[in-house]
Structure formats: structure tokens, C-alpha cells
Design a protein around this ligand. Structure first.
Ligand SMILES: Nc1ncnc2c1ncn2[C@@H]1O[C@H](COP(=O)(O)OP(=O)(O)OP(=O)(O)O)[C@@H](O)[C@H]1O
Length: 245
């Protein structure tokens, strides 16, 4: 049986702005991520990595092409349906965390589940488990402003993995973490993929890409290379100076 498709970008282009000030952030990108697959996206600054992730998570819309999450075309459903799909199926780690400062760590993680109708006791249990996976279970009752930057980043990761999301999208999720904790987070993402999630990680760190099944390399909004992770990701970085496709 073919692996279940979790995410597909089909000829997706993204243009920001209009008139004379347009920026083509993505150009006809095709990408498929299956259940159980961990894909790393690498590329120079401005190559379109965050744009790709935002489109995959339904936070922004494609200018051309279509994004499918579990087979649902995001461009052809209502905003309410998109919000529901995002809450249920997609975990997103934002670069700037996007946490709610007036809530505790545990509340930040359980809130999306409760908004989606989960019973509070179950949501709190799942939140605690997610915090345990990222190594900060003991900080569950702390408010956000009582946490360090790295601890807040771990709360953001816990919120993305809670409730067994089908698709986990992580934009540079370890910037505030020391290298040992960063590796632990990679192991958490790897485990989520092994349990059946599709995982897409944007990273500058070749070391982290080593946890992925596949590395997608972007340049000027185009996919220029896809390598199995056995390829040393450094090779991709040094090849970046070659001609665009
Ligand atoms: N909201 C926006 N409005 C206008 N241009 C944008 C917007 N967001 C991104 N861009 C432009 O689109 C291009 C791709 O940006 P994007 O943030 O996706 O790249 P990136 O590879 O994630 O970069 P970095 O590694 O620096 O985070 C860049 O030229 C950027 O300036």
C-alpha cells in the first residue's frame, strides 16, 4: 500500500506585494511529504523557507498552485474549515514562538486542544506529556515570563507536537537552545515522524538535517536539490553557488 500523503505542494508560487514592488518568494515548488517522513528544508536566507512553511500550514495562501493537507486543498475550503484543519492536524513551531504570555506553559499547550473541544482533563494530560517529551514537565505551572528563551521555545515545540498532529511544521525550532537540547528536540521530531506524522523542519544546521529522511534545498524560491539524508548536508550548502534551475 502506498504511504499516506500528508502534505503536497503542487506547482506552488508565492508573490508578495503588487505593482513594482513584488517579490517572488516561491516559484513553482512541488513537494510531497508522506506519513512517517521527516523532511528538512535548507537554503540561504531569503530563499523562501519560511514562506514554504507558512503556505504548508495554511497561514498564508499560494499565489499560484495548490497546497493539500491530508488531501484537502487549502485554497478551496472556507476560512473556518481551514482553521479547524490547522487546529486538528497541524502543529506549527513559529520562529518567534507565538505563545500567550498571560498563560502558564501547560495552558499554552493545552489551549488549542480545548478550543477544539477536548475535555480539559484530557487536554491537560496531553499537554503534560508533550512538556515531558521536550524535557520541561517540571515547568508546567510557570507563566511564560518566568521562563528563559530556550524554555519558551520548548513550550512552543510542545504545543506543536501535542495531540498527535498529522503534520508538524517547525521553523528553526532550536535557535534558542544549546546544542545538546537541540539534538534532543530533533530526536522528539524524529519520534513523531516514526509514529506516523509528516514532519517538515526548516533549518540552517546541517547537523539537524541529518535527522531527516530527505533534505530539500531551496534557492531563490525554487527547489534546487533533494537529497537523501545519507548525503552529507554540507555538500548541499557548498553547492549553493551553482546555477539556478
Ligand atoms: N510578508 C512579506 N512581504 C514581502 N516580502 C516578503 C514577505 N515575507 C517574505 N518576503 C520575501 O520573500 C523572500 C523569501 O522570504 P522567506 O522568509 O520565506 O525566506 P527564508 O528562506 O525563510 O529566509 P530566512 O532564512 O532569512 O528566514 C525574501 O525575499 C523575503 O524578503
Amino acid at each position: 500500500m502506498p504511504a499516506r500523503q500528508i502534505l503536497e505542494l503542487a506547482a506552488v508560487s508565492k508573490v508578495y506585494g503588487d505593482g513594482t514592488t513584488t517579490v517572488a518568494a516561491l516559484r513553482e515548488v512541488d513537494l510531497m511529504v508522506h506519513a512517517g517522513e521527516f523532511v528538512a528544508v535548507m537554503g540561504p536566507s531569503g530563499s523562501g523557507k519560511s514562506s514554504l512553511l507558512a503556505l504548508a500550514g495554511g497561514l498564508d495562501s499560494a499565489t499560484e498552485g495548490e497546497v493539500y493537507v491530508r488531501g484537502t486543498p487549502l485554497g478551496r475550503i472556507s476560512l473556518a474549515e481551514k482553521a479547524r484543519l490547522r487546529r486538528r492536524a497541524v502543529g506549527y513551531v513559529f520562529q518567534d514562538y507565538n505563545l500567550i504570555p498571560t498563560l502558564t506553559a501547560a495552558e499554552n499547550v493545552s489551549l488549542p486542544l480545548e478550543l477544539d473541544g477536548a475535555k480539559p482533563a484530557k487536554a491537560q494530560r496531553q499537554a503534560k506529556d508533550a512538556l515531558r517529551q521536550v524535557g520541561i514537565e517540571d515547568l508546567a505551572g510557570r507563566f511564560l515570563d518566568e521562563l528563559s528563551g530556550g524554555q519558551q521555545q520548548r513550550v512552543a515545540i510542545a504545543r506543536a507536537i501535542v495531540g498527535e498532529k498529522a503534520l508538524i511544521l517547525a521553523d528553526e525550532p532550536t535557535g534558542a537552545l544549546d546544542s545538546v537540547t537541540g539534538e534532543e528536540i530533533m530526536a522528539v521530531l524524529r519520534r513523531r515522524a516514526d509514529a506516523g506524522a509528516g514532519v517538515v523542519l526548516v533549518t540552517h544546521e546541517a547537523r539537524h538535517a541529518g535527522w531527516a529522511d530527505r533534505v530539500v534545498f531551496l534557492r531563490d524560491g525554487r527547489v534546487v536539490d533533494q537529497a537523501r539524508a545519507e548525503t552529507d548536508p554540507h555538500t548541499l550548502l557548498t553547492d549553493a553557488g551553482g546555477p539556478a534551475r
